[in-house]
Write a protein that binds this ligand. Structure first.
Ligand SMILES: [Mn+2]
Length: 307
């Protein structure tokens, strides 16, 4: 039976690259592993896979009857549907431990580093499997993407070290240039429906029994979305209503200015001040230094929700 290696819903570059890279490692170790993803490639991931010569992984959204290895998440809300009817063999991640439980002991490798790619680099070393040139390329891109070229507070020395090693293997001399190429691809918003932008990098969380959605758009310049801010707000309202969510947040990150406009729709807007110490100025508020959903949005929100 094939084993699906799959990242979270609304896949980002790490989720896609890590599925491919870990499937390669498992194949080298004799497993019939298939990389998969739970949604369409975003523009950045498309660019990354093209650049290093990979086809898009298989679409797989239903875990029923399948054996799964989860990468880049351990939350039920971010995993394939019907997870209770799947067998989870392994989890490799770098987020807080989520709410997934298993009936059997499994291989679980999570580290507080900036990217699943960094954990995978170490697993390749532990199992003494050589990383191929193109796999190194996409792992490098995953780390540069997740750490926003080491600007995100999630960045650790292990991420930088992994990148140095991977860049050598991949033959990448100019990491900054590669990151800029990715950021430009990521910033492609023209002609994209507002709701698709909300869902481009989006995660649902259970915060003290309340369903909370958090999307993030990382852009080289926030003026790129000047014309669609109101549409984005309406899209957030729609997403909130449709999913019976308590709140939907959209983090509009300016990669260059290293901060974010936090847009919020909520049954209780005071949660914004509770979590971030700042009131909305209309539909959003600028939060200087906010780059990371995982480290700077989720924990304070969870605390504010009393979770
Ligand atoms: Mn990641």
């Amino acid at each position: 039976m094939s084993v699906y290696v799959v990242g979270h819903k609304s896949p980002d570059t790490d989720s896609v690259a890590s599925a491919i890279a870990y499937a390669e490692l498992k194949k080298a170790m004799g497993m019939d592993a298939i990389p998969a993803m739970q949604g369409e490639l975003n523009p950045e991931s498309t660019m990354v896979l093209n650049k290093f010569g990979f086809a898009a992984p298989e679409l797989m959204t239903d875990g029923a009857g399948k054996q799964l290895i989860l990468v880049d998440h351990s939350d039920i809300a971010q995993a394939p549907d019907n997870l209770d009817q799947a067998e989870i063999l392994e989890i490799v991640d770098h987020h807080k431990i989520g709410d997934i439980t298993t009936n059997n002991p499994i291989f679980f490798s999570a580290q507080p580093v900036g990217c699943t790619g960094t954990v995978l680099k170490q697993l390749y070393e532990i199992y003494n499997v050589e990383i191929s040139k193109n796999i190194a390329g996409i792992m490098l891109c995953a780390i540069l993407s997740d750490t926003v070229l080491f600007k995100s507070p999630t960045t650790t020395d292990a991420d930088k070290q992994a990148c140095e090693g991977l860049a050598k293997i991949a033959g990448v001399d100019d990491m900054n240039g590669l990151a800029m190429e990715m950021f430009k691809a990521k910033s492609a918003v023209e002609g994209v429906a507002a709701k698709d932008l909300v869902f481009r990098d989006y995660k649902d969380f259970d915060m003290n029994g309340k369903k909370v959605g958090i999307g993030q758009l990382e852009l080289v310049d926030l003026s790129l979305i000047d014309a669609v801010r109101d549409d984005l707000y309406s899209a957030c309202q729609e997403v909130k209503t449709e999913g019976g969510r308590h709140s939907v947040f959209l983090i509009l990150t300016d990669i260059m200015k290293e901060g974010s406009d936090l847009m919020a729709v909520s049954d209780d807007l005071s949660i914004v001040e509770k979590a971030f110490g700042k009131k909305l100025e209309g539909k959003w508020v600028w939060i200087d230094g906010m780059m990371s959903r995982k480290k700077q949005a989720v924990p304070p929100l969870q605390k504010a929700f009393g979770a």
